[in-house]
Write a new protein. Structure first.
Length: 270
């Protein structure tokens, strides 16, 4: 078992797969979410590079962190050199592995430089035009075989793992049991190595479409709405106090003695 007082390594994560130990994974965007995940005992976090910082690494604590490197149209990374430079930079900050959905040659360049790469198979949002949009992949034998072939290509170049998104559970089971890679399941059923959800779905404040595989455990949307109502009310009370003279009161201002005020008045009147 991975001891929670130390951060897991790639070897630890592979050992968890070998033991059949389920891995929990969340996509987070804030320091508070990262810290809560660590305190709760979540194994693995996905954090986009735009959110990843030394402060985020500290907040993530003992969680194994996958740093997302957006490719081409979705970021500034285009060439292998771009990706290597970014991966090495975020390794120094404390990234443990790196999400990369770019071409195989770019992924291979990272793998060849001992960068733990997490690729993406099944429904790949950034490439979903090729598979019919935001819909399940692998529901036919031909489509499932294409996912299988993709996984095998990733194995060959040395990827550490792959996000396995929205494929039938029995297809995911066969793939997961037939690859040494860590399969991070999102809508891929119970047999993937990890169960991966977005914190915003778990906490109930999803902006836009909520995927079928998402499960909500709290209603933060209602709490955020309540807080916004309270913000507006507080701001209105502030306006009313300013207009009535109730703010500022003596306790809110800096005092000056009568003697010093008279000396100041005399100085400006000369």
């Amino acid at each position: 078992m991975v001891h929670r007082n130390t951060r897991p390594t790639v070897a630890d994560m592979r050992a968890m797969k070998a033991r059949g130990q389920k891995i929990t994974m969340l996509y987070v965007t804030t320091l508070e979410e990262a810290a809560a995940a660590d305190a709760a005992g979540i194994h693995m976090l996905s954090i986009e590079e735009r959110f990843f910082s030394p402060e985020m690494r500290e907040a993530a604590g003992r969680c194994f962190v996958q740093v997302g490197l957006p490719y081409g149209p979705f970021g500034d990374l285009v060439t292998s050199e771009d990706y290597l430079r970014a991966a090495f930079h975020f390794t120094r900050i404390g990234g443990d592995c790196f999400y990369c959905a770019a071409s195989l040659d770019i992924q291979k360049a990272l793998c060849d430089n001992a960068v733990p790469v997490v690729a993406h198979v099944g429904l790949i949002p950034s490439q979903c035009t090729w598979t019919g949009g935001f819909r399940a992949v692998g529901k036919t034998a031909e489509s499932a075989k294409a996912v299988w072939d993709h996984v095998k290509r990733l194995e060959t170049i040395g990827c550490f793992g792959a996000e396995l998104e929205v494929v039938p559970d029995r297809v995911a089971e066969l793939i997961t049991r037939s690859t040494p890679m860590i399969m991070l399941g999102m809508g891929a059923g119970p047999h993937a190595d990890a169960q991966y959800l977005f914190a915003e779905d778990v906490l109930g404040h999803t902006a836009g479409h909520k995927p079928r595989h998402a499960k909500t455990y709290r209603n933060f949307a209602a709490e955020y709405a309540r807080l916004q109502t309270e913000r507006i009310a507080a701001f209105k009370e502030f306006i009313a106090d300013v207009n009535s003279g109730a703010y500022p009161r003596p306790e809110h201002v800096v005092p000056i003695s009568n003697e010093e005020l008279e000396r100041f008045r005399a100085a400006i009147e000369r």
